[in-house]
Design a protein around this ligand. Sequence first.
Ligand SMILES: [Zn+2]
Length: 246
Amino acid sequence: MSRLYGKWRVEDFREVIRGLDEKTGMNGASLSICAVKAMGKNGNTLGSYRPRKDASWGYFSFSLMYFDDNKFDDLDAIDVIRHEYCHYLVDALGLNEVFHDQSVHGIAWKTACGLLNTDQSATYHGCFYPRATDDSFMNAYVSDDIQPVNILEQIDRWGLNLPSIKRRKRLEKSLIRKYTKLRVFKAGDSVFHDKLGYGKVLDTFPSDKKQLLYVEFEQGDVRIVQNRKVYKVINGDVKRPVSKAV
Ligand SMILES: [Zn+2]
């Protein structure tokens, strides 16, 4: 598919939401999506998510004043959809209760944004992203820039200070400088621990000094271990780093 500048249709909104659902395991694409002529005072609202109430389902609305405008950048368009999707996540997962914060664009919503590579500001300020290319558009359209995430499980595991995708990347880069690539892990990596044996990394949590790994070991234990306690296993070989200093 080529870029959509000014030609967004309900099915495109749904397709983007479906891609996000695939990363979160949620079902936002089953909700109603309205494409409306204009929203808000002076038409300055780009989209909205109406939370579920009593017996009625939540639903998404998007303003064609923007989505039908061929100068409205496609990456901004996708960010608007993600912005509303994060409101949906907060509503569907009860994140306001989890974070003890009822504000609309507060820490609960920002955490969801951080995990879904979404701008964490409440208002649209235009030109936030570089102009969409076919590649960057397609990448965002199918959510290829987002890791699969189970927000509640992650909160349960790591607490409420989940790093955003941006921060995660920055931390991982500095960890690689500190430890080398062999000692910094990602989900799916095979690892070996001297006491616990072989295992598979299910999730990672970087900080500025170390990386915590959530590992499922072959003997059945699931443990949180530090990156410096395990070695990567590549093609069956345990890669113990060779010390540079002798
Ligand atoms: Zn909002």
